[in-house]
Design a protein around this ligand. Structure first.
Ligand SMILES: [Zn+2]
Length: 311
């Protein structure tokens, strides 16, 4: 089913015109080898009223959307599919006010919640670590307002890891921290980069001790202290990523980013960046929907109750 996705908005409109068509597609993504009962791991299932499924061996009742980000939604899947299309088909994604307007949602809160639910599906569980030669550095977002508009509402450190791919950038990983401490760097590097890789950093103290964690380290230090462009030259890939990230936060989101949810915005940025060479936007639609079918639901209450668990 890997190539079975809409390539254009016209194909999307034709193919997913009905709830039934969306359900069928989601079923295939969720259970590509046939229904698997969450209770007895068996199957198949009979369709029951109101879209429910009854497991044949154990009679457990479930639904297509239970246990996915679509659980308990009162809106049709046709609308969700369009939201996913807009999030993945736009080069820079879309903001909550935009998605509210495009889909004609009455409440801003619904649009905001949908985008956050989708962000939770943007990082694949058990994703691969970066490897090879990887630049690591940090940047600051939020706090002081750079353009007189709104900006991430609290200052945060974003640590960036970018694979070196010749002169270009391979895959990236990002995470936010309250301060650029040694402990934060170490944790981030262990979560993002395969041991044995070469971690390319500048000369700061916070970035020492990587050999003990199983990494090789290349430290670039510039002799002349006066060169303010020095970090850009030493670690050009992370600085390119940092400037794209800031442009995205200030552009697409107009800086209207809640600091406590920053990590989820970083996940969205990473999802899109790491698939930037994908030839078809439809492939991203497919990928996000597939992941959405395998990510546990989060409610608005869960979201506003606190930030992202770090472990
Ligand atoms: Zn069962």
């Amino acid at each position: 089913m890997g190539d079975d996705y809409p390539k254009t908005i016209l194909e999307l409109e034709r193919r997913f015109a009905t709830e039934e068509a969306c359900r069928e597609y989601l079923f295939q993504l969720r259970w590509p080898d046939g229904f698997v009962c969450p209770e007895c791991q068996g199957g198949p299932a009979w369709p029951a009223s109101r879209g429910r499924l009854v497991c044949q061996p154990c009679r457990h009742q479930t639904s297509l959307t239970a246990g996915t980000i679509f659980q308990d939604t009162r809106k049709p899947l046709t609308l969700w599919f369009r939201a996913i299309w807009y999030v993945t088909s736009q080069k820079n994604g879309t903001s909550a006010p935009n998605i509210q307007r495009i889909l004609g949602l009455r409440s801003y809160q619904t649009a905001w919640t949908w985008l956050h639910k989708l962000r939770r599906a943007m990082i694949r569980p058990g994703r691969e670590l970066l490897h090879g030669r990887v630049e690591v550095d940090e940047t600051f977002v939020g706090g002081e307002d750079p353009h007189g508009g709104r900006w991430v509402d609290r200052k945060a450190v974003v640590v960036i890891a970018a694979e070196e791919d010749g002169a270009g950038i391979g895959r990236i990983r990002l995470a936010s921290f309250p301060a650029p401490t040694k402990k934060c760097f170490h944790r981030f590097i262990q979560e993002a980069i395969e041991p044995g890789s070469i971690v390319h950093t500048d000369g700061r103290h916070a970035l020492t001790g990587l050999e003990q964690l199983g990494y090789k380290q290349k430290r670039s230090v510039l002799a002349g202290r006066k060169d303010r462009q020095a970090p850009l030259k030493l670690l050009p890939r992370v600085h390119r990523v940092a400037s794209l990230l800031k442009r995205w936060l200030l552009g697409t989101h107009q800086g209207a980013v809640e600091g406590e949810h920053l990590d989820y915005y970083l996940d969205e940025f990473t999802f899109r960046f790491n698939r930037r060479t994908s030839r078809s936007r439809g492939k991203l639609f497919y990928r996000l929907l597939q992941q959405a079918a395998h990510v546990s639901p989060t409610t608005y209450r869960d979201m506003v109750g606190g930030g992202k668990a770090k472990n």
